[in-house]
Design a protein around this ligand. Structure first.
Ligand code: FES
Ligand code: FES
Length: 161
């Protein structure tokens, strides 16, 4: 039952429309991870700084720790789980693997979602555009070079290994 502090929302997550009763204060990242068990979306800071929680909201890149889940009412959300199907890696995911674009992997879901948003908008981004697109995603391990190479490779550009 809906109360002042709760609300029923209808939202499409990774292609599936669902209705859910939510506490008004629940963050979108916690709804995805804890209620829907979509734990590919990570929590690195809870303050909007690290980008580990990045998802697509109506096709636009957002940090899901910065939104209330009830703000997803009527929206389409895509998480990292939506990228591949039947266990097959997408070209972007394969490029991350081929170019050693991850070490601990904590930042990787957010990086993949930022890169996905970029590549949908621009099929062959420049290195500068790639760096700008991932500037909201902190990686503590890789130094970013291999991440940039992976995104270049995924867009069909020749890169060093
Ligand atoms: S957990 Fe959302 S930006 Fe770090
Ligand atoms: S691979 Fe460890 S934080 Fe990026």
């Amino acid at each position: 039952m809906e109360t002042v502090s709760s609300k029923r929302i209808a939202v499409t997550v990774n292609g599936e429309r669902i209705e859910y009763d939510l506490e008004a204060r629940r963050l979108l990242v916690h709804f995805l991870r804890d209620d829907l068990d979509l734990t590919g979306t990570h929590v690195g800071c809870d303050t909007g700084n690290c980008g580990a929680c990045s998802v697509l909201y109506n096709g636009r890149l957002v940090k899901s720790c910065m939104l209330l889940a009830i703000q997803a009412e009527g929206a389409t959300i895509e998480t990292v789980e939506s990228l591949s199907s039947d266990g097959e890696l997408t070209p972007l995911q394969q490029a991350f693997s081929d170019h050693h674009a991850l070490q601990c992997g904590y930042c990787t879901p957010g990086m993949l979602m930022s890169a996905t948003a970029l590549l949908r908008a621009d099929e062959r981004p420049t290195e500068q555009q790639i760096r700008k697109a991932i500037q909201g995603n902190i990686c503590r391990c890789t130094g970013y070079v291999n991440i940039v190479r992976a995104i270049q490779a995924a867009s069909g550009q020749a890169v060093e290994r």
